[in-house]
Design a protein around this ligand. Structure first.
Ligand SMILES: Cc1cc2nc3c(=O)[nH]c(=O)nc-3n(C[C@H](O)[C@H](O)[C@H](O)COP(=O)(O)OP(=O)(O)OC[C@H]3O[C@@H](n4cnc5c(N)ncnc54)[C@H](O)[C@@H]3O)c2cc1C
Length: 377
C-alpha cells in the first residue's frame, strides 16, 4: 500500500515543481499552490551546474533545458581587460558523461520548462493561492486555503522559498535568514564566447555565463555593509561604479549601461540571504524542501541544484520507506550533507571575498565542493 496518496506542495519554485513531477510519476495525487498568479520568477540568468543537470535529467527536462539554454565545458579566466590567462575544463557529474559540464538559462525560461512538465504530469496547479491554516492529526493534514476552500492531505510539502511561511509551523523558533554581506548583480548581455568567462579585477570579480546560443548573463557580487535597499533607478549607476576597473567586454557593457537609450539589460540586484537549518526538517506530516531549509549564496551555482536533488531524494524515500516518519527522517538524513556542503562552502567563499582573504583558499574550497558534488546523490 502506498505511504501517501494525496500530497499538497506549497510553492511552485524549482524545488516544488521538481517534487510535483517526481511524485506524480509514482501515481500520487499532487496539488500545487503558488502565490504568484503569473508563476514567473524575476528575469535574470541562472547557472545550472553539472550535478544539477544530472538531477534535471532524472526529472525528465534535460533536453528542453539544453535546447533553450546555453552550455559550456570550460571556463576562461581573464584579467580585468579580458585577456585570457587560463582555460579550466569542467568535468561533467559522475554518471552524466553525456551532459555538458555546466549550463545557464534565463530563470523565466527554466520556470516555463518546469511548469509545462509539472502540468503535463496531471498535477493540479492553482496559482495566486496559498494556505490560511494547516492543522494535522495522526492520520492527515487539514488545509484551509486563502480562497476559503478546504482539503485534507496525507502530506504537506513546504517548498515556499527562503522566507517560507510553512517553516513557521515546523520550526517556530527559527529566527529567519541572515544577510550574508554581499549583493548580487545580474544583467543580460550578448554571448561573446563559447565558454563561461571570469574577469579578475583587483577588488571585484565579474563573470559572463551563456544562457542561450546568443546571450549570456553578466554576474558580479559586491560587498555591502548592511541590508540596504537600492532604488531601481540607481541600479545602472551603482553597477557601473562597481565595474569601474574593467576594460574589454565588461568596459563596453559599462559604457552602454550609462547610456539612457540602452535600458534593455534586464538588470537585477538582490542582497544575498542564507541559512542552513539542522534536521529534522519535518513535523509530523509537514516537511520542508529547498531554500526553506537551505538557502545558499550563488558562489557554487548550486542552490537550485540542491532544491532539485532534495525533491528527488524526498520522492525516492517516500516510495521506499514504510512510514512517513521513516521516509521524512531518511530524506533529511540523505540530503543534509550535500546541502550543508553547498551552503557552508559558498558562505566561506563569500567571506574570503569580503575580507580580501586568500585566493588559494577560495579556489581550494570551490574545487573541493565541486568535486564532492559530482559524486552520485
Ligand atoms: C541572486 C541569486 C542568484 C542565484 N543564482 C543561482 C545560480 O546561478 N544557480 C543555482 O543553482 N542557484 C542559484 N540561486 C539559488 C536558487 O535560486 C535557489 O536555491 C532556488 O530557487 C531554490 O528553489 P526553491 O524552490 O526552494 O525556492 P524558490 O525558487 O524561491 O521558490 C519558492 C516559490 O514559493 C512561492 N511561495 C512563496 N511563499 C508562498 C506561499 N506562502 N504560498 C505559496 N507559494 C509561495 C514563491 O512565489 C516561489 O515561486 C541564486 C539565488 C540568488 C538569491
Amino acid at each position: 500500500m502506498a505511504l501517501v496518496n494525496r500530497i499538497l506542495i506549497i510553492g511552485g519554485g524549482i524545488g516544488g515543481m521538481c517534487a510535483a513531477i517526481m511524485l506524480r510519476r509514482q501515481g500520487i495525487d499532487v496539488d500545487l499552490v503558488e502565490l504568484n498568479p503569473q508563476w514567473a520568477p524575476d528575469g535574470a540568468g541562472i547557472t545550472i551546474s553539472g550535478p544539477t543537470l544530472r538531477g534535471l535529467r532524472e526529472v525528465g527536462v534535460i533536453d528542453e533545458v539544453l535546447k533553450r539554454g546555453g552550455s559550456w565545458r570550460a571556463v576562461d579566466i581573464c584579467d580585468a581587460n579580458g585577456k585570457v590567462n587560463a582555460t579550466v575544463p569542467i568535468a561533467p557529474a559522475v554518471g552524466a558523461d553525456d551532459l555538458p559540464g555546466c549550463a545557464g538559462i534565463m530563470r523565466s525560461v527554466f520556470a516555463d520548462i518546469l511548469a509545462n512538465a509539472t502540468r503535463n504530469t496531471g498535477a493540479n496547479v492553482r496559482l495566486g493561492l496559498s494556505f490560511e491554516t494547516i492543522n494535522q492529526d495522526d492520520d492527515g493534514v487539514d488545509v484551509l486555503f486563502t480562497n476559503g476552500s478546504r482539503q485534507r492531505y496525507d502530506l504537506v510539502i513546504g517548498a515556499d522559498g527562503v522566507n517560507s511561511a510553512v517553516r513557521k509551523l515546523v520550526m517556530p523558533d527559527f529566527a529567519g535568514p541572515k544577510f550574508t554581506g554581499q549583493g548580487s548583480w545580474r544583467a543580460v548581455v550578448p554571448r561573446l564566447r563559447e565558454n563561461s568567462t571570469i574577469y579578475m579585477g583587483s577588488t571585484t570579480k565579474a563573470g559572463m555565463n551563456p544562457i542561450s546560443a546568443t546571450e549570456s548573463y553578466l554576474f558580479v557580487l559586491d560587498k555591502r555593509d548592511g541590508l540596504e535597499f537600492i532604488e531601481q533607478e540607481r541600479w545602472p549607476q551603482v553597477l557601473a561604479e562597481l565595474l569601474a576597473e574593467f576594460g574589454g567586454a565588461i568596459g563596453e557593457f559599462r559604457e552602454g549601461l550609462l547610456d539612457a537609450s540602452l535600458k534593455n539589460h534586464r538588470l537585477l540586484y538582490r542582497p544575498l540571504m542564507g541559512h542552513m537549518i539542522g534536521a529534522p526538517w519535518h513535523k509530523g506530516r509537514i516537511v520542508l524542501l529547498g531554500d526553506a531549509v537551505h538557502a545558499t549564496t550563488p558562489h557554487l551555482a548550486s542552490g537550485a541544484g540542491i532544491a532539485v536533488e532534495g525533491a528527488i531524494v524526498l520522492a525516492e524515500e517516500l516510495a521506499r520507506r514504510h512510514s512517513i516518519e521513516g521516509a521524512l527522517t531518511a530524506y533529511a538524513g540523505r540530503h543534509y550533507d550535500r546541502a550543508r556542503l553547498v551552503v557552508s562552502a559558498s558562505g566561506r567563499m563569500g567571506e574570503i571575498e569580503q575580507t580580501g582573504g586568500s585566493l588559494e583558499e577560495h579556489t581550494r574550497v570551490m574545487i573541493h565542493a565541486q568535486q564532492a558534488l559530482r559524486a552520485p546523490i
